[in-house]
Design a protein around this ligand. Structure first.
Ligand SMILES: Cc1cc2nc3c(=O)[nH]c(=O)nc-3n(C[C@H](O)[C@H](O)[C@H](O)COP(=O)(O)O)c2cc1C
Length: 309
């Protein structure tokens, strides 16, 4: 059974790794990912300057397996992650940098800086829903074009886009055309669903403090939306762009569904936040069981093999 895979030509020893955000901000957390069964070390989205993030409470559980959060990108600033990316090489697995700017120039500076780091892949976070007064670049196709023309100039390491969820086929069409035009190497979809509201009816209160309780939703509740986005991009990008599926993966069966929809690998956010590093092992085992059940001998063989009624 071959459960190794690759993203943008970079080999991954298994189908499952962490997603940017949960427990990947400090060096200790990243080293723990290095020692875990996560097949890559995806680092927290970084900005030019360190950030403390939004006031607490900024993360709350929704039902059993979902979260709402408005973290506000707490991170140590990009220079630390450049340093970490070099130190993390000792774990012998790919390191993924994740960057977000407050201006297009900042995005360009960050993408350029990580070209000279230990990172193997550079994920451009085009879908931060938590910064006051800023639109998500992923929802502004004009800005997206400007962003791509800037970050793709620097060459070298594969550049990918972390995308927000889209809900309209025309948006999938437009984004796919841009991704192909600018030779983006991989996409990670989806980020949390922005600006959702969870209310505690007993306290008559929002459950998080920032933005009048609005926050990004992640976990089980978003899985169908994530699957639809992976399927839509898989169909449109005709196998030329690698896809990280992200959103609501809680076990190996969920991971298998993303494989059928066309994902080359998956990233785990909420389940890792809730369960810790053990999630990578049991998801890998569950995925193997599903592959065996369906008589597939590798990830490659099963990819995109969704039956349509
Ligand atoms: C606490 C938390 C922090 C997050 N921070 C980031 C981040 O810094 N950068 C990013 O690209 N995505 C971030 N995300 C989104 C996740 O990477 C992921 O796209 C999303 O949560 C959906 O996957 P999941 O359902 O497995 O959590 C964050 C998610 C959570 C729950």
């Amino acid at each position: 059974m071959i459960t190794s895979t690759e993203i943008a030509g970079i080999p991954l020893s298994s189908y499952i790794c962490n997603a940017s955000g949960p427990k990947c901000t400090t060096y200790e957390e990243l080293a723990e990912l290095g020692r875990s069964k996560s097949s890559a070390i995806v680092m927290k989205t970084c900005t030019i300057l360190p950030r403390e993030g939004n006031p607490e409470p900024r993360l709350a559980r929704v039902g059993k397996n979902s979260l709402i959060q408005s973290m506000g990108l707490p991170n140590l600033g990009y220079e630390k992650y450049i340093e970490f990316s070099k130190k993390l090489k000792k774990y012998g697995k790919p390191v993924v940098a994740s960057v977000a700017g407050f201006t297009l120039d900042e995005y360009a500076t960050l993408a350029h800086a990580f070209q000279k780091s230990g990172a193997d892949l550079i994920e451009i976070n085009a879908s931060c829903p938590n910064i006051k007064g800023k639109p998500q670049i992923g929802y502004d196709f004009g800005q997206m074009r400007n962003l791509l023309s800037l970050v793709c100039e620097h060459g070298g390491k594969p550049i990918g886009l972390k995308l927000p969820p889209y809900f309209d086929p025309v948006h999938w069409d437009i984004m796919s055309e841009l991704i192909l035009e600018y030779n983006i190497s991989f996409i990670s979809c989806i980020n949390s669903i922005g600006n959702t509201l969870v209310i505690d009816p007993w306290k008559r209160s929002t459950v998080i403090k920032p933005k009048k309780g609005l926050g990004g939703l992640s976990g089980t509740t978003i899985k169908p939306i994530a699957l639809a986005n992976v399927q839509a991009f898989y169909e449109r990008l005709i196998g030329s762009v690698s896809i990280f599926g992200v959103g609501g993966i809680m076990n190996g069966i969920d991971a298998f569904e993303f494989l059928l929809a066309g994902a080359d690998a998956v990233q785990i956010g909420t389940a890792f936040e809730i369960e810790g590093t053990s999630c990578f092992g049991y998801m890998e085992a569950g995925l193997r069981t599903m592959l065996e059940y369906h008589d597939f001998s590798s990830i490659k063989e099963a990819k995109g093999k969704l039956n349509y009624l």
